[in-house]
Design a protein around this ligand. Structure first.
Ligand SMILES: C[S@@+](CC[C@H](N)C(=O)[O-])C[C@H]1O[C@@H](n2cnc3c(N)ncnc32)[C@H](O)[C@@H]1O
Length: 269
């Protein structure tokens, strides 16, 4: 089950089990669950399926799948940090690093992973491992944030747009990149699924405009709070951080949210 060893030293940047991590999971679930569950609905996840939810975080998709697959289904829910994942009949929880391979063997009728592979430098190799673990006819669903700019629409003060764009530029292109995060991966998933032999591939993209104080801005505020130290080391000033935080709470500030791209494909029977 283990992947060949190469460098896996890049460390996951965020801290799911912390207080900020809990709030991050809540924001992600509120923003993205309707989109992810629409994809899972379209696939037809249903009674008796054995599913893997990889990087399950707050566990909302694990619980949704458990509901769908019923008393005869099983959801294997995996995360480095299992603070919010609770075992119960039909849900198996594994605290595990996917860089070490899968914690249990397939086959799975469905593998779902959201906002995980974009963080992992060995994402292509891991995607192939996931495809190998699918049952014939099984589905892989990968949801990620893309590199579509979070363009500012309105901001209360002169210079606010520049502060916003600078903090995000350093966050994405210095801090996240140094940790092996890819924002281009979201639009590369389809090609890698094709190369791994998956058919019936589709993608759905979602972004919306958001104002300070609403969930997508609160998510950005949360990221900046979790990443304050590396952002300061990378050259963001305390004044810029302070202004960014204020903007994320100010209803006069409006911008585009992250674009979320959900891609799914099926292993041939
Ligand atoms: C951005 S969160 C997304 C959580 C959830 N999938 C969602 O979208 O709401 C990424 C999750 O992946 C987990 N994670 C990060 N690196 C991992 C690894 N190497 N193996 C397993 N889980 C990992 C983190 O602990 C975190 O819970």
């Amino acid at each position: 089950m283990s992947l060949e060893s190469h460098d896996t030293t890049s460390k996951y940047l965020l801290d799911t089990g912390s207080e900020l991590g809990r709030a991050q999971m809540d924001h992600l679930e509120q923003l993205l669950d309707p989109i992810s569950t629409a994809c899972l609905d379209e696939i037809g996840a249903g009674p008796g399926w054995r599913c893997l939810d990889l990087g399950a975080g707050g566990g909302s998709i694990t619980r949704w799948l458990a509901e769908r697959t019923g008393s005869t289904g099983t959801i294997v829910s995996v995360d480095l940090d299992t603070a919010y994942l609770v075992e119960r009949p039909g849900i198996e929880v594994h605290q595990h690093d996917i860089n070490e391979g899968l914690p249990v063997d397939g086959p799975f009728q469905l593998i779902h992973t959201r906002l995980l592979l974009m963080h992992l430098p060995r994402r292509v190799e891991i995607l192939k491992t996931l495809v190998d673990a699918l049952a014939p006819g099984g589905w892989l669903v990968v949801g990620e944030f893309s590199d579509r700019p979070l363009r500012v629409l309105t901001a209360p003060g002169d210079g606010d747009e520049q502060v916003h764009d600078h903090v995000l530029d350093v966050g994405h292109n210095t801090v996240a990149r140094a940790a092996g995060v890819s924002f281009t991966w979201a639009h590369e998933v389809d090609r890698h699924m094709a190369e791994a032999g998956l058919t019936n591939r589709h993608s759905l993209a979602h972004a919306r405009t958001t104002a300070g104080g609403t969930t997508a801005c609160l998510l950005n505020l949360n990221y900046v709070r979790q990443l304050e130290t590396p952002l300061l080391h990378a050259g963001i000033t305390t004044e810029e951080l302070g202004r960014f935080r204020d903007l994320m709470l100010d209803p006069r500030f409006r911008a585009w949210s992250y674009q979320f791209v959900c891609t799914w494909g099926q292993k041939p029977v």
